[in-house]
Design a protein around this ligand. Structure first.
Ligand SMILES: Cc1cc2nc3c(=O)[nH]c(=O)nc-3n(C[C@H](O)[C@H](O)[C@H](O)COP(=O)(O)OP(=O)(O)OC[C@H]3O[C@@H](n4cnc5c(N)ncnc54)[C@H](O)[C@@H]3O)c2cc1C
Length: 382
């Protein structure tokens, strides 16, 4: 058992760390405040190959693995979570379904532009009336000759409405299974298809420089060939995508938690009260020690889940544990970092204010904390 990074992994982590500090940090507060999407940052991440990290070179990827993606996400989230979730959703929710389940033709059509960061794709699972209970999907797709006709709507879909969004994969009911349950399938809907409408962006508490929209499909027709994988495999597909995605969200949460430690150490040394730096007080030191403890143990949890996944072993429970633990401690660390910053922690110009606003969604997106507990309990045979 060895949790140390290889030279190649450490080099990737260091180059993304430098990028986050030198390119993301100087511009992101402005995007966050103005609720604008950071196209130039995304373009540069594309040039670095970050969108292609876990994919084979035959499709234009970097030939790395899912752990490499997690390392990159952690380093970006250490500085900003809007950029990190844009990368996470683009890779693990956008491109990965095509990579895992697509035909050779679908891969050839979509992967080169998605893996270069030239284009983004959304993952349309959640609906206005159902999230955790994805089997409650109401969006329907009916085969009419050689076309699917889609009707319904999706809620909170990341990367679905940017200027460079190329398509969205949509989970839809395509029939009834022999046991009476809904037959779910996944269909690729290119941006600009008539009947596919993207609502204006949501007004969000956090992740304000990321892109999130409600989508509607009104007699939206796409070729039958846009079915992703086999008909009726939609349920199994999104379970696989979400299992993996939980490791990535855990890495992102660890990054935010570590960013809180970074900012708190800096501030505790700078800020004076009662004639000395606030960091000279053991009460502050212990807070920061506890924050470091939490970030470190959550990191080990996601390393473990990623290692099991890459070894081809079962990893569902470990991914849920990593996501549950990392999101919980990210909220803890954001709260404590804000406390250490006093009144300035409540001011948007300080990164910890962004961390605080960005932390809560980590306990909700890609499966709420309750859903993670359900997964862990089920895996324990309960
Ligand atoms: C900014 C943002 C980006 C997102 N991006 C995407 C995206 O790209 N693609 C996508 O498909 N979705 C996306 N989502 C949706 C997200 O995954 C869902 O919001 C999440 O899964 C929870 O679903 P819900 O909001 O419908 O909550 P609900 O399922 O309605 O849950 C409400 C509450 O009830 C609890 N609950 C539900 N069932 C149970 C139960 N059986 N036992 C105990 N408690 C329960 C939940 O844990 C939660 O606390 C995004 C959401 C946000 C806010």
């Amino acid at each position: 058992m060895d949790f140390r990074l290889t030279d190649e992994q450490a080099a990737l982590r260091n180059s993304v760390r430098d990028f986050a500090r030198e390119v993301v940090a100087p511009v992101i507060a402005e995007h966050y405040e103005q609720h604008t999407f950071p196209y130039e940052v995304i373009r540069q991440m594309g040039k670095m190959g970050l969108f292609g990290l876990p994919f084979g070179e035959e499709h234009g990827g970097m030939g790395g693995d899912y752990f490499a993606l997690c390392l990159a996400l952690e380093e970006i989230a250490r500085v900003d979570s809007s950029v990190a979730i844009t990368l996470e959703a683009a890779v693990s929710l956008g491109a990965m379904p095509v990579y895992r389940f697509g035909t050779e033709e679908q891969k050839a059509t979509w992967l080169p532009k998605l893996l270069s960061g030239e284009a983004l794709a959304g993952f349309g699972l959640t609906e206005p009336g159902t999230g955790s209970d994805a089997a409650g999907t109401l969006t329907r797709a009916v085969l009419d000759g050689d076309q699917w006709v889609i009707n319904g709507s999706k809620a909170f879909i990341t990367n679905s409405g940017t200027d460079i969004t190329a398509m969205v994969t949509v989970t839809a009911v395509t029939g009834t299974n022999p046991d009476g349950s809904k037959e779910l399938s996944t269909i690729i809907v290119p941006t600009g298809t008539p009947g596919f409408t993207v609502a204006p962006g949501y007004s969000k508490v956090g992740w304000t420089a990321s892109d999130t929209h409600e989508l509607t499909f009104d007699d939206c027709r796409v070729p039958a060939a846009n079915l992703l994988g086999a008909r009726g495999r939609g349920f199994a597909q999104f379970l696989r995508i979400l299992d993996e995605g939980r490791i990535a969200i855990a890495a992102l949460a660890v990054g935010l938690a570590q960013g809180c430690v970074d900012e708190s150490i800096k501030y505790a040394k700078e800020r004076h009260a009662f004639g000395r730096p606030i960091g000279a007080n053991q009460a502050i030191q212990f807070k920061i020690a506890d924050m470091e403890l939490k970030a470190h143990t959550a990191r080990l949890a996601y390393y473990d889940a990623a290692a099991r996944m890459l070894a081809g072993e079962p990893f569902k429970r470990q991914a849920a544990i990593a996501k549950l633990h990392a999101s919980t401690i990210a909220v803890d660390n954001a709260r404590e970092a804000t406390q250490i910053h006093g009144g300035y922690g409540f001011m948007n110009e300080y990164p910890v204010a962004r961390f605080w606003r960005d932390s809560k969604i980590l306990e909700i997106g890609e499966g709420t904390s309750e859903v993670q507990r359900m997964i862990i309990a089920r895996d324990l045979g309960l």
